[in-house]
Design a protein around this ligand. Sequence first.
Ligand code: ADP
Ligand code: MG
Length: 376
Amino acid sequence: MILPPATLGMLGGGQLGRFFVAAAHEMGYKIWVLDPDPNSPAGLIADRHLQAAYDDYAALDVLAEGCAAVTTEFENVPADTLDYLAKFVPVRPGASAVAVCQNRIAEKSFLRDNGLPHGPFAVINVDADIAAAPASLYPAILKVARFGYDGKGQARVANAAEALHAFHAFKGEPCVLEQMLSLDYEVSVVLARDENGRVKCFPTVENRHTNGILDVSIAPARASACQRDAAQEYAERIAERLGFIGTLAVEFFVSRGELVVNEMAPRPHNSGHHTIDACVTSQYEQQVRALCGLPLGEARQHSASVMVNLLGELWYDGGEPHGRYREPDWSLLHAVPGLRLHLYAKHHARHGRKMGHFTVIGSDADDVLAKALAAR
Ligand code: ADP
Ligand code: MG
């Protein structure tokens, strides 16, 4: 076991890293964050911020030398970086698990090879792959295989001609072409898995997206108990097959009553933010525990919760780009009983950028949902 006051390393300095730093600090650890952005939310509160690129090997040497173990909050860290660090220190999750989750082609192939439910798709490497894709895929979504997030790197296409146009707009980057599914709703499962394969699963969460970005998460999900359990079983199977150590999130679609895996994230997840306020152990503390070889904490949810994301457009009066930049009036949110506000200290608000969130907790799920939607 790695015990305090050991120093832990974090690759990536976004809000997920910031919550990890906060959880680790509470537990008595020191944290070094590696992120090229001088204003990264996690870097601002870390014990040391290595301001360097993810493939800067001199910086990686410093990190490996100074830290007892290293984790990531960002799935696009190059797998080579994780492999390199793993020569010197424990790296959790490992490069092979992250490599699957950071590439939609590898991810879809993994689901198919492991008998996990997924939607119809085709791999698009060259123009001819579009011509060869079955017409039954349309209407479809073309997604770049790497580096997409919050709906970026995606195009909705009605037919092969539009798919070809979008593929060229993505500069011929490898893509997956997915059938557009009719969604009843979306759910996700966040779990933690330790080095001995023991798993603690948080209750299944229901997610509402707006313009491809998570808007509201309702926990526990209002899906049938049978569907909630099935989602957890699939997520556990994925973690086991990946040999995953750390906090993992699996996003699902429920389409015509059927659960379909959408994608995985090898890190804590936006739809698990509520675990800070509504569960015995947060997804971030679980990441610390799995990284350090501590027993995983209890994942039980003690309160019903609804999480609402706060995006950059809230910072503009009359809308971006012509509106006036101003800080929203937080006193209104602080006055709502059971509401907890979390702001990420990002220096600039941009349209669609995740700037913060709030969670409303309480004993009655309907009441919590009504309060959260009213506060929005
Ligand atoms: P990201 O990496 O941006 O989260 P996702 O693949 O999860 O990418 O897509 C974002 C959102 O877009 C999903 O949560 C869902 O609402 C919608 N979406 C994505 N793929 C499909 C699909 N095949 N059918 C219907 N909706 C989809
Ligand atoms: Mg997603």
